[in-house]
Each structure stands twice: as C-alpha cells, then as structure tokens.
Design a protein around this ligand. Structure first.
Ligand SMILES: Cc1cc2nc3c(=O)[nH]c(=O)nc-3n(C[C@H](O)[C@H](O)[C@H](O)COP(=O)(O)O)c2cc1C
Length: 307
C-alpha cells in the first residue's frame, strides 16, 4: 500500500494532485466525469471583489504544443461565488483552495475578510499575476517588495494556509518566492502562464483580442520544471506546488522529482479530461516500480550530474 498523502504546511492532502485555477471551475462540469473528491485538491477560478467581464474576444487560441489565453479574470465576483459555489464546495472531500486577486492590497484584504469565516474553504491561493492598479497595471508578482507587502497585509487576517502563485515573467523567481515566504506564505505555486502572442498571417491581426496572452500547455513544461527546481533548491523547507505543462502523468512526476511536493494540472485537462485522476494512478504506479512506500519520496529526488 503506497502512502500518497502530502502535507503542505498545516494542510494534509490525500494525494499530490490538484486542479489548477481557471481550468476546472469549481469542479461542477468535470464532476460529471469523475468524483473530484478523489483528487488531493482543487483550486477554484480566481475571484475578485467585484464582477469582471474580462478581456475582449477572441480569448483563447491554440499554439504549437499549447494554447494562449487572455481571459482577463472574468468572474462573477465574491458575492456570487459565496452564493453559487460555496454550497457545491461543501460537498467535496478534498482540499478546497480558493484563488483570489485584487487590484490593490485593500481588495485582497477585503476578499480574505469575507471568505475566511467559511468552513468550505481550506486555504487561499494568492494570484499575483494580476495587474496592480497602484503600480500602473504592472503585475504584483514582478516585484519582491510588493509581494512581501501584500503577504504581510493579509497574513494577520487568516489562520488558513496562504499559497502564493508566482508568475514566470520575471528575471529571478527565487527573489519573489523568498519575499512571499519571508512574509508568511505557507507554500509557493509555480508557475502561472508565460506571456506570448500569435498572429494570423492572412489578416495580419493578433489571434487574441488583448494582443498579448498567457501561454500554457506542454510547451511550457521545461520552463516550469526549471522554476520549480530553482525554488526548491533555494528554499528547500518551503512546499512548492508545481504547475505548468503537465500533459501526461509522467510530466507530474518530473515536477515532483524537480522539487514539487504536489502538482496542479491546468490546460492538459482540455484534451484529456481524466488526466488528474490518471495522474494519481500514475504516481502510485511509479512508486511501486521504484520501490517507494510514500509519494513524498519522489519530491526533490533529482540526481544531478557530478561536477
Ligand atoms: C483558460 C485558462 C484560464 C486560467 N485562469 C487562471 C486564473 O483565473 N487564475 C490563475 O491563477 N491561473 C489561471 N490560469 C493559469 C493556470 O492555472 C496555470 O497556471 C497555467 O495554465 C499553467 O499550467 P498548464 O500548463 O497546466 O495549463 C488559467 C489558464 C488557462 C489555460
């Protein structure tokens, strides 16, 4: 019997597989295919204080080994989330992590104040890839001081786990991750999408209404692995949740070998909806083949070349 459980700070997950924000809703639709409670956890679509319409269409397009999206955090706002989605989350027996974003520090704080009392929420994922109005629209997550201040300001408002989801669109992701951990983040999630664009040669127009969009899917796996490896190497005591480019169960195992204690699966579910469940099985099979009794033994097991 393999022990698939994983501890991320104070939170215990039954296995290391989580669905990524924006790619699973709250699990209603995928719930028709399989029981989301079989997963380690889910991260809900990022919500904001007020409803947001999001960016102008087209919002997604397929690219080589991946896709671009520029949804622009379209969501119905925290009030509708509490009314419509919390009753659904109540039924789930896996970790329910709610992703939040604000335009300024006060909005993040207000979201935590409204959501913290709800027993259906097991933790928060702080999406710092969103534009910060106070910084002229630059993403929060590109400046270690801003990330530090943000975590400092919300840490006293909740005892629940705070995970900070990092953007890869920075020179040094370790500096940003360290700032979050120094201010009290319980875990780092890496990575959000990479910025990119695509062009139609007939119309000479960008394929995405917002011109620039976020790249995800198998194309970003090597980048994600490197960022996870860098974070785990610099912050070996900090739980790292690996995200990016998981298209097959074996990709999740590479994230864990690089240093992730758990993984999140995003756009890989679109062509392969059973991927999260198959990944749970794949991790278990890998442990059997490698003679491991616990999935956590995979984390950080990378063998580096001897210099
Ligand atoms: C359509 C779409 C919507 C997304 N929405 C969010 C979101 O609301 N919040 C967030 O933190 N990440 C969002 N993401 C990013 C994913 O959670 C994930 O970090 C990224 O896609 C990389 O993982 P993947 O290669 O497995 O898709 C979204 C991604 C896609 C494809």
């Amino acid at each position: 019997m393999i022990d698939l459980s994983v501890k991320i700070g104070s939170l215990c997950l039954k296995n290391p597989v989580i669905t990524a924000s924006g790619c699973y809703g709250v699990g209603r639709e995928y719930g028709e295919l399989y029981d989301p409670s079989k997963l380690g956890g889910i991260v809900t679509k990022t919500i904001t204080l007020r409803p947001r319409e999001g960016n102008s269409p087209p919002r997604i397009c397929e690219t080589a080994a991946g896709m671009l999206n520029s949804i622009g955090l379209a969501n119905s706002g925290v009030g509708a989330f509490i009314r419509d989605d919390i009753p659904f989350l109540r039924k789930l027996e896996c970790a329910r992590i709610v992703s939040i974003a604000g335009e300024g520090l006060d909005e993040f704080a207000e979201l935590i104040r409204r959501l913290d009392p709800l027993g259906e929420i097991d933790g928060f994922e702080i999406n710092v890839s969103c534009p910060n109005v106070e910084r002229g629209g630059l993403a929060f997550g590109t400046d270690p001081d801003v990330v530090g201040k943000l975590v400092d300001s919300i840490r006293p408002l909740t005892q629940k786990p705070l995970w900070v989801k990092l953007t890869p669109n920075v020179t040094d992701i370790v500096k940003i991750g360290k700032a979050a951990v120094d201010s009290g983040a319980d875990a780092l999630c890496a990575i959000n999408t990479l910025l990119g664009m695509a062009i139609d040669i007939d119309t000479k127009k960008p394929m995405i209404g917002n011109v620039v969009a976020g790249l995800s899917g198998p194309a970003i796996l090597p980048v994600a692995l490197m960022k996870v490896f860098q974070l785990h190497t610099a912050l070996p005591e900090t739980p790292i949740v690996g995200i990016g480019g998981i298209g097959y169960p074996k990709d999740a195992i590479t994230h864990m070998i690089a240093g992730a204690c758990a993984v999140q699966i995003g756009s890989g579910q679109f062509p392969y909806p059973m991927l999260p469940l198959d990944t749970v099985a794949g991790i278990e099979t890998y442990c059997v083949i490698k003679g491991l009794s616990k999935a956590q033994e995979i984390t950080g097991s990378l063998i580096l070349p001897v210099k």
